[in-house]
Design a protein around this ligand. Structure first.
Ligand code: ZN
Length: 226
C-alpha cells in the first residue's frame, strides 16, 4: 500500500521557493567566483531565467492541483482550458533585475577608490549591490511562483465553472490589502478588485492584476468554491 504524500499546497509552494532560492544563489555564487563585475552577472541571465521559469512551472502545478484534486467527475464548462498569462513574464522580470544590477555593480566598482587601505573593514559598495541582487532574485522567484500558482488555479477554476475565494496564509501577518481580501469570493472567471477599505491604498502594486500576489513576497492563494 502506498502512502499518499501529505504535504499541503502551502508546503509544496514553500518547497518550490526553497529549491528555487538554492538554485539561484548557487548560480550567482558561481557567476562571481572569478570576480564581481556587471559582465559576470549578465553572463548568467539565461541560467537565472531558467531557474525562475522552472520554479514558476512548479508553482503552476501546485495551483492546478488545488483545483483538480477536488474536481473529480466535474465536467468542464468551457471546451478548452485557456491559461491566464502572468501579469509580467519571467523573462522580462529576470532581465530587468539582472540588467539593473549589472549597471549598479559596474558603477559601484567604478566609484571605488583604487587604494582601500584607509577603510580595511567596510563592505564595498559592489558587495552591497551583490547582496541586494541575491535578495531581489529571491523575492522575484517567490513572486513568480505565486503568480503562476494563482494563474493555474484561476484558469482551471474558470474551465470548470468554479468560484474563487481569497485566502491569506494563516501563519503570516497579512498586510492591509491582503487582510481585506481574505475570505472574499468572486464568480468563476472573475478577478478580485482593490478591496477599497480604510487603510488600503487606492493604487496597489503594479504587478497585481486581480489575483495573488498583491505585492512581492505575498503568500496569499485563491481556492476553488462551488
Ligand atoms: Zn497577500
Amino acid at each position: 500500500m502506498t502512502t499518499p504524500t501529505q504535504t499541503t499546497p502551502a508546503q509544496q509552494l514553500d518547497a518550490a521557493e526553497a529549491q528555487a532560492d538554492a538554485e539561484i544563489q548557487a548560480i550567482i555564487t558561481a557567476a562571481v567566483a572569478a570576480g564581481l563585475s556587471g559582465a559576470a552577472v549578465l553572463a548568467v541571465l539565461a541560467a537565472l531565467t531558467g531557474a525562475v521559469s522552472a520554479a514558476a512551472q512548479r508553482g503552476f502545478t501546485v495551483g492546478a492541483q488545488i483545483v483538480l484534486q477536488g474536481a473529480a467527475g466535474r465536467r468542464a464548462r468551457m471546451r478548452q482550458l485557456v491559461v491566464e498569462p502572468l501579469p509580467t513574464t519571467v523573462e522580462a522580470d529576470v532581465r530587468a533585475v539582472v540588467e539593473d544590477v549589472a549597471r549598479r555593480i559596474d558603477s559601484a566598482i567604478a566609484g571605488e577608490p583604487p587604494d582601500t587601505t584607509t577603510a580595511p573593514v567596510t563592505v564595498s559598495p559592489a558587495a552591497v549591490e551583490l547582496a541586494r541582487f541575491r535578495r531581489r532574485m529571491r523575492i522575484l522567484a517567490i513572486t513568480k511562483i505565486h503568480q503562476a500558482a494563482s494563474s493555474a488555479t484561476y484558469s482551471y477554476a474558470r474551465w470548470l465553472g468554479l468560484d474563487l475565494e481569497w485566502v491569506t496564509r494563516r501563519d503570516g501577518k497579512a498586510c492591509a490589502v491582503c487582510g481585506a481580501l481574505n475570505g472574499r469570493r468572486v464568480p468563476s472567471g472573475e478577478k478580485f478588485a482593490n478591496p477599497r477599505r480604510p487603510g488600503v491604498p487606492r493604487k496597489l502594486w503594479a504587478g497585481f492584476e486581480g489575483l495573488p500576489p498583491t505585492h512581492p513576497s505575498c503568500r496569499c492563494r485563491v481556492i476553488p468554491r462551488t
